[in-house]
Design a protein around this ligand. Structure first.
Ligand code: 1CP
Length: 645
């Protein structure tokens, strides 16, 4: 009798998925292939190249290497453009601080000296202690530090370095991300939760993280960990096993040789015994769950016209939603606003959910955007934020001087903006199952402009002055904003949004070369950190001259305003990206006939090319009649041009 006969075996392997499935079949098992990773080409590691340019130019004072794999991958990425020896020569001239034995092993192999040794257990605390003890040898105050990250960022370390006066450049190195098609992985998770899987096989360390990430999107990460206790867990080798243990998943099987063949043999040999013991010892957890529904709901969302268009797939009708669709033009909102100050509304999940859902339903939009504001993050920096009726936002203590920026605390957006995640969870439950919910944040430039100007601006004089007069300080500010925005957006994804929009509303004020130098790296860092977990949209106004550069920041969809034709914009950003736009919001102040004509013109221009999300060129204006908005949405749905391929 073959060892895996009668057992259903999940494999998370990606590249060699078929091979592993065959090995499982050879042992009589039924394989469930659930690829959980996608390789990111090394040459796409843009952060690495930006960092290397600075390194060569002598702009990095100290380089901290956090992991062995990351160090190796960093060099491999650089090798796609530069000869190995040149890279080593450059590195030999640097002050390098490796965190522990793994990066040291590579440095020794490559004959690259390092300045300090960090004692065990090599956490961020020991790294900071080591710097404290070696202030003379490797000072941090006023120096530029670069931190190589692999997989996850290390905010505690960055914060500690900044507290010691260093400027910190994070250098994330990526090799893997989630696969484009998450369907098989989601189904495998569902089967595990439903108790229909007996064995799961992990063949690399990254899989543990990715599987839990996807389970989390389904709201089932904790339940998955519990369900896995009833399943035989096979791990290919020690690195994978320690990644699993770190996540609270205990491997049952690890073969002597870390390869797929021996892993399957070991599973065939031991799985049945382990299963018998598990069923005896661990009281079978209640496995019937509502995850089936969660997965079905996720499938429904994935098939929505909005998300299909984000993925450049054909849709039956052109999806449409409107920026500021839940704002002051709507009586339902004004009634609530009469009684409650704006910030109080934003912090009340019931009101947020009500406003978001009512607006989407009333106008029939194909997506909802969570009711919130791009400036709430400013409160987490302790700057004081007010919304005065009719006057827009006002920041009580704007940042203007070096001291103001140095003093900005590390903003803890996960707890400071927890109310946004709470509101997202509630809104998700109240929205119709096939209506995606969009989360958002302001892009670093636009948020910085409010922080510097103290409120809405016309010419952005103070912002421009800071940018041009003190580049280091400018980058420090934008880095701080980006560092706060990343966990904020991750929290929104964890809470259940299906897409993210980054508003860079005022970035069009910048010349292209300034955008590229002062803003692009920070926006790009945010998109990269989101790792394509959901589709991303990148929007700016008056930014025609920046579209090509904005597209390089990494969003899947580019939002364009009404000052350009969609096809022209598309040819600049490339047809591998979806496009969102672009009716002039002033048209909505006219009458239904005029609106219909204008909408049809845009639809005719796009003529059914997949990947168009209809929207305005900017937000709905406060004086817009709601009937006009309804007429617009209706027209887009009725007049969509479906093209057969
Ligand atoms: O449906 C929705 O879109 C509502 C949710 C939402 C969003 C996505 C609000 C509610 N604000 C935003 C984003 C936002 N906030 C942006 C980016 C979009 C854009 O460019 O319009 C910007 C620049 C802000 C900043 C802001 N907040 C302004 C603009 C001020 C300026 O400089 O011109 C204003 C007026 C606010 C307050 C605000 N935010 C949202 C509402 C409904 C209001 C009005 C508050 C009130 O009722 O008094």
């Amino acid at each position: 009798m073959k060892g895996l006969a009668g057992l259903r075996v999940v494999s998370f392997e990606s590249r060699f998925s078929k091979t592993l499935a065959d090995l499982i079949r050879l042992q009589g098992g039924e394989p469930l292939e659930a690829p959980s990773m996608k390789e990111v080409p090394l040459e796409n590691n843009t952060h690495v190249f930006d960092f290397y340019e600075k390194l060569k130019a002598g702009k990095i004072d100290v380089l901290i290497l956090l992991t062995g794999v990351g160090t190796k991958t960093l060099v491999e990425a650089l090798e796609t453009r530069f000869p190995r020896e040149t890279i080593f020569e450059t590195l030999r001239r640097q002050t390098i601080v490796p965190r522990g034995p793994k990066p040291i092993r590579f440095l020794k192999e490559w004959s690259i000296p390092y300045a300090l040794t960090v004692p065990e257990p090599n956490t961020w605390r020991e790294i900071l202690d080591t710097f404290d003890k070696n202030k003379k040898k490797v000072p941090l105050k006023g120096r530029q530090a670069a931190v190589q990250e692999y997989g996850v960022a290390n905010p505690a370390l960055v914060e500690g370095l900044e507290a010691r006066g260093a400027l910190v450049l994070s250098v994330p190195v990526y090799r893997w991300t989630l696969p484009d098609d998450l369907g098989p992985l989601r189904r495998a998770i569902q089967e595990i939760l439903d108790g229909r899987v007996q064995v799961v096989l992990f063949t690399t360390a990254v899989q543990a993280e990715n599987v839990l990430k996807v389970a989390q999107q389904l709201g089932a990460a904790e339940r998955l960990k519990i369900a896995l206790k009833n399943v035989v867990i096979g791990s290919v080798g020690p690195d994978t096993s320690s990644a699993l243990k770190e996540k609270g998943i205990l491997p049952d099987i690890e073969p002597e040789s870390p390869k797929m063949g021996p892993l399957v043999m070991a599973a065939a040999d031991k799985a049945k015994n382990i299963l018998t013991n598990k069923n005896k010892t661990e009281c079978a957890v209640e496995l019937k769950s509502d995850v089936m529904d969660l997965v079905a709901a996720q499938d429904k969302l994935d098939e929505s016209v909005f998300l299909k268009a984000c993925r450049l797939e054909k849709t039956s009708t052109t999806p449409v939603w409107l920026m500021r669709q839940a704002g002051r033009y709507m009586k339902d909102y004004r009634d609530i606003r009469e009684k409650t100050p704006f910030l109080d509304i934003c912090k009340n999940k019931e009101l947020v959910a009500e406003i978001t859902v009512t607006a989407q339903q009333k106008i029939g939009a194909d997506a909802a955007i969570i009711f919130s504001d791009i400036l709430l993050i400013v409160e987490c920096f302790g700057l004081g934020l007010e919304y005065l009726k009719g006057d827009g936002p006002s920041i009580t203590r704007p940042v203007r001087t070096a001291q103001d920026i140095e003093r900005l605390p590390e903003a803890d957006t996960r707890s400071g903006l927890k109310f946004v995640s709470d509101a997202i969870r509630l809104t998700r439950r109240l929205l119709k199952a096939d209506i995606p919910l969009i989360g958002f944040a302001g892009a670093p430039f636009t948020v910085a402009s409010y922080m510097i100007e103290g409120g809405s601006a016309v010419n952005f004089e103070k912002t421009m002055a800071l940018m041009k007069q003190n580049e280091k300080l400018w980058h420090r500010l934008l880095e701080k904003i980006a560092s706060a925005t990343i966990p904020y957006l991750r929290a929104q994804m964890d809470a259940g949004v299906q897409a993210i929009q980054l508003f860079d509303s005022w970035v069009g004020k910048l010349a292209a070369e300034d955008y590229e130098r002062y803003c692009l790296p920070h926006s790009r860092r945010i998109f990269e950190a989101l790792e394509n977990r959901v589709p991303t949209i990148h929007f700016g106004t008056g930014a025609n001259h920046l579209l090509k550069l904005m597209a390089q920041a990494g969003a899947a969809v580019i939002g364009v305003d009404h000052s350009t034709g969609l096809n022209d914009a598309w040819s600049v950003i490339g047809h591998d990206k979806a496009i969102q736009g672009n009716l002039d919001p002033k048209i909505l102040l006219t009458d239904p006939d005029t609106i219909r004509k204008a909408a049809k013109k845009i639809l005719a221009e796009v003529s059914g090319r997949p990947g168009h999300i209809f929207n305005l060129g900017h937000g709905v204006l406060p004086d817009t009649p709601v009937e006009n908005v309804i007429a617009l949405i209706q027209t887009v749905h009725d007049e969509s041009i479906a093209v057969d391929s």
